[in-house]
Design a protein around this ligand. Sequence first.
Ligand code: ZN
Length: 200
Amino acid sequence: MTMAERRLDYVWYGGRPSIDFVNTRRYRFEAGGSELLREPADLGRWLEAAGLVPDRAVVDEALLARALELREAIDLALVAVVEGEPLSPEPVAAINAWLASAAQYPPRLDLDEGVPVYRANAAPADAFGALCRIAVDAAEMLGSELRTRLRICGGVNCSARFIDNSAARRRRWCSMAGCGNRAKASQFRQTAAAKARTGG
Ligand SMILES: [Zn+2]
């Protein structure tokens, strides 16, 4: 897969920045999946596309390695929650290391021409700051009742992660345009085949 093709494979249906980040390794149902963040520049490009940094972020090999460690820790936690399994301490420690970094940038009250304005996160607008925000997002999600809405797409050959924000809490697919439609089409074919068999 070329760099341009990897970029086109970005998906944004996670519903939270930390889940979109997890989905930068796609098709996790197969060993290894499809890695979109192979080089430091890939992460810089993705952070920009995700709107987490104002423009192309500078990333080196060390930061990419730490970012992937954070991403896989979030995914381990997400999968454990979805499957109702106890979560091991290692991914929690990995996320906590990022939260400790995020704590260097406390929220603040700014003054905008005499009007107080709350800034939730004063982390720098670079790749490191963006990863701090992703860790906070993941912790808020995993560590609260929001975790009950975490899902893994039911589509064949998908395994994308998302959060179900629908009112009825019955979202099954990463996207209706993708896996949702494929499932409907397959159900339609099965019904038609059954009707043909029974002559109905
Ligand atoms: Zn899907």
